[in-house]
Design a protein around this ligand. Structure first.
Ligand code: PEP
Length: 259
């Protein structure tokens, strides 16, 4: 099955409002003729309304970098007494089609776990927002030969019990922690090996047809000069881009490489 490439920009905690607007205004004309890849930007929460307005009618989709939900009284929480949090339903209301969940920075600094991600994914399905679920090993885990077991545990935990008929709208991002923001990229072979492993797990969990439909992005120092080679791998269906998504020209060049 041909999977359409999907390139998403994770702006992280960057961009005051004026900068966010400028970035997206620069990006719009650079990518307007691209039909070969789906494109999304994930600004900080506060820039979401302004970016939403600017990308209206363009080929750029909108995402967020996190969402909160939990289970209370047998239901998935979309509102309530959870100071400081933003639910999938609120993101949907603000125009988001996508939300990044389980990013390694959230795991490292904010106590995100596979179990919490699993609940959030289900809340996203309920709200009609599509999740981008991040997995990936640390350098210590890779050097210890634990990459496959770490990724398997994350995939099984994050996707436990999810309905197969919602999986095709879910994106997995394989992001080796040692490659995020470090300038050190996984080689195409290293990335492809893990992507193929993830697709094998998806086949076991959800069946072959579903596994073939799920897009698996690579993330970790993807740049204009290494994107084409990574994106040419059979199981690499796009990229989750951090640093390079903050420069419109670099982000557009990566999208252009996703042909
Ligand atoms: C990320 O944080 O999702 C990421 C891939 O960052 P970078 O591209 O900067 O490595």
């Amino acid at each position: 099955m041909a999977r359409k490439k999907f390139i998403a920009g994770n702006w992280k905690e960057n961009g005051l409002l004026a900068e966010a607007k400028q970035l997206v205004q620069e990006l719009i004309p650079l990518v307007k003729d691209i039909t070969t890849a789906d494109i999304a930007v994930c600004p900080p929460y506060l820039a979401i309304p302004a970016v939403h307005e600017l990308i209206d009618g363009t080929n750029i989709q909108l995402g967020a970098q996190n969402a909160f939900s939990t289970e209370a009284k047998g239901a998935l929480v979309q509102k309530g007494a959870y100071t400081g949090e933003v639910s999938p339903a609120m993101l949907k209301d603000a125009g988001c089609q996508w939300v990044i969940l389980g990013h390694s920075e959230r795991r490292q600094y904010f106590g995100e776990t596979d179990e919490k991600v699993n609940v959030k994914v289900r809340a996203c399905y309920e709200a009609g927002v599509k999740p981008i679920v991040c997995v990936g090993e640390t350098l210590e885990e890779r050097d210890g030969g634990k990459t496959a077991s770490v990724v398997e545990k994350q995939i099984r935990g994050c996707l436990a019990g999810l309905p197969a008929d919602r999986m095709a709208e879910t994106v997995i991002a394989y992001e080796p922690v040692w490659a995020i923001g470090t300038g050190r990229t996984a080689t195409p072979d290293q990335a492809q090996e893990v992507h193929a492993q993830i697709r094998g797990l998806l086949t076991e969990l959800f069946g072959k047809d579903t596994a073939e439909a799920v897009r698996i992005q690579y993330g970790g120092s993807m740049k204009p000069d290494n994107a084409a080679e990574l994106l040419a791998q059979p199981d690499i269906d796009g990229g989750l881009i951090g640093g390079a998504s903050l420069k419109a020209g670099d982000f557009a060049a990566i999208i252009d490489a996703a042909k």
